[in-house]
Design a binder for this molecule. Structure first.
Ligand SMILES: Cc1ncc(COP(=O)(O)O)c(C=O)c1O
Length: 419
């Protein structure tokens, strides 16, 4: 076996998983995946039995936009259970998940030398590929309301941008996670979202929202109940088709990875009408004819039977309990030492800010690598956030998560004590 490419290979392949607390892993744990496996077994049996229904045709080349039954069910799920405002089924297109979906958009709409504006800090996993690409990477600082629009505007004015053409209609791309941000957990404010749409229209920007955590909402101003709480309005809905200046500048990229299973490799876009045809006519769709129709059909049936909705309700309740309990431990132990950690209203993470003179690597060192987490610096295009770290609450069951967080707080205390 060669060098493991990522945490998952390390984890499942070796002893390390038994001895090291892996608080960096941003994925559902085995307890949750077992429930999803039961759903998959149930719908697979039902789908192919009896075979007279000719459902075996799902193994054939399929509809380019995705299985229409999945699109219909997904639209209903997002409208009724998640956003609680209308989603237009004509905007939906099924893909292989957010990573491939976002990268596909970058490849399709950018030319070498074009700029990608990202939050600072940003989703860590995308940064190395952007840094190695032929695109310019520009980090824009955030505050409590998300990416700062004054800094974005200033950066735009100092960036040489290509004149858009019919074939390449966007001068640059803004990539961001506006809801339950990875890693900081922040939500972009409504005012900032409005401003970003305004800038996108003015400067012909494509705004790609990595909306992968929207479904994992635990509370909102109207509800403290994780079953009924709704996430903040997504940026895609701010680019309103009824506006006189509407062109279609925003994409929402969603995924089943975070609330079902990453191994499904299934996700979706909400794409503005002007991007639909370009996408569907592309070789990948015309020749490949639909991304993941087999899994899509099974998930379509699981949605129709209400199994996904039930799993999402259970998951939200479970994660809400975990995030609150983990947060309470951090606040009550290291909170008094100048460590701050805000309780997010959704998502998969806690973002911990240590006193300025302590770095995440001091904590790693104190733990002798027995507790892992994401050091903030790795998520920063400018190499900032040395004193920050991100902990994921989804991977371990409550008891093990809390044991890991208690251990982590002990090492934070140790790092502060010896500074
Ligand atoms: C912001 C963000 N985008 C994308 C992904 C990956 O999504 P997918 O599994 O759909 O490719 C993650 C997973 O951690 C993420 O946090």
């Amino acid at each position: 076996m060669g060098t493991p490419a990522n945490d998952y290979e390390v984890m499942y392949g070796t002893e390390i998983f038994k001895t090291v607390t892996m608080l960096q892993i941003g994925a559902p744990g085995d307890d949750s995946l077992r429930e999803v496996a039961a759903i998959m077994k149930d719908v697979t049996m039902e789908y192919f039995s009896p075979l007279e229904q000719r459902n075996e045709q799902i193994l054939q080349y399929h509809n380019s936009r995705g299985d229409p039954r999945l699109i219909e069910q997904l639209c209903k799920f997002l409208t009724d259970d998640i956003y609680r405002e209308p989603v237009d089924s004509n905007d939906l297109l099924i893909n292989n998940g957010a990573s491939a979906g976002v990268w596909d958009l970058l490849m399709r709409y950018l030319l070498p030398g074009d700029t990608v504006f990202v939050e600072d800090p940003a989703y860590k996993a995308i940064l190395p590929s952007l840094q190695e690409s032929e695109f310019n990477l520009a980090g824009i600082a955030m505050d409590e309301e998300g990416m700062r629009m004054d800094l974005l505007e200033e950066k735009i004015s100092r960036t040489k941008m290509r004149t858009p053409s019919e074939k390449f209609p966007f001068a640059a791309i803004v990539y961001l996670v506006p809801i339950f941000h990875n890693p900081t957990t922040k939500n972009m404010s409504a005012g900032r979202k409005r401003k970003l749409v305004e800038l996108a229209r003015e400067y012909d920007l494509l705004v790609i929202c990595d909306d992968v955590y929207n479904v994992l909402c635990y509370r909102c101003p109207e509800s403290d109940d994780p079953e009924t709480a709704k996430p903040p309005k997504r940026l895609f809905a701010f680019d309103d088709k009824k506006d006189p200046g509407y062109k279609g500048n925003v994409v929402s990229s969603g995924t089943f990875s975070k609330f079902l299973g990453p191994g499904l490799r299934l996700g979706w876009y909400e794409l503005p009408p002007r991007m639909q045809k370009t996408h569907i006519d592309h070789y990948v769709f015309s020749s490949g004819a639909g991304k993941n129709p087999y899994t899509g059909a099974l998930i379509g049936l699981a949605l129709k039977k209400g199994l996904v909705q039930k799993h999402v309700r259970d998951t939200r309740r479970m994660y809400a309990e975990r995030i609150k309990a983990a947060h309470d431990i951090i606040s009550s132990t290291v909170g008094k030492l100048g460590v701050s950690c805000h309780l997010p209203s959704g998502g998969a993470f806690l973002w911990i800010e240590l006193p300025k003179h302590i770095s995440a690597s001091d904590v790693l060192e104190a733990s002798q690598n027995s507790v892992r987490f994401l050091p903030g610096q790795l998520a920063s295009p400018s190499g900032s956030f040395k004193n920050c770290l991100r902990v994921c609450i989804t991977f371990y069951e409550l008891k093990d998560l809390l044991a890991g967080v208690i251990k982590l707080c002990g090492f934070i205390e140790q790092a502060i004590g010896s500074s």
